[in-house]
Design a protein around this ligand. Structure first.
Ligand SMILES: [Zn+2]
Ligand SMILES: [Zn+2]
Length: 99
């Protein structure tokens, strides 16, 4: 795949970031690795996952708001943002398993 930061080089490096208790990850080229490590949560999500302005059809909460607060607006948010929230939900479950 092409590096989502520069859109020029092949993505070869795994970047793993922890935002609070949430783990996120993506792939970038070696030139953008440092940059990806310095992105904030929103920047990281924007780059690797999805459009943050996408909103829940039921409660209207945006992905951006959910990531800022780490709180979903309604149960439908989980369905609506299943793809985007999947890595976060998984990381919470696996961190519980570790204990
Ligand atoms: Zn790059
Ligand atoms: Zn919702």
């Amino acid at each position: 795949m092409i590096c989502p930061v520069c859109h020029k080089r092949e993505a070869t490096q795994d970047v793993v970031r922890y935002f609070g208790e949430y783990k996120t990850q993506g792939k970038v080229c070696s030139f953008c690795y440092e940059k990806a490590l310095n992105l904030d949560a929103n920047g990281f999500y924007n780059t690797f996952y999805a459009d943050l302005q996408k909103s829940c059809r039921r409660c209207g909460r945006t992905l951006n708001q959910i990531l800022n607060t780490m709180i979903v607006g309604c149960p439908h948010c989980y369905t609506q943002f299943a793809t985007e929230l999947e890595p976060l939900i998984k990381s919470v479950q696996s961190s519980e398993d570790d204990d």
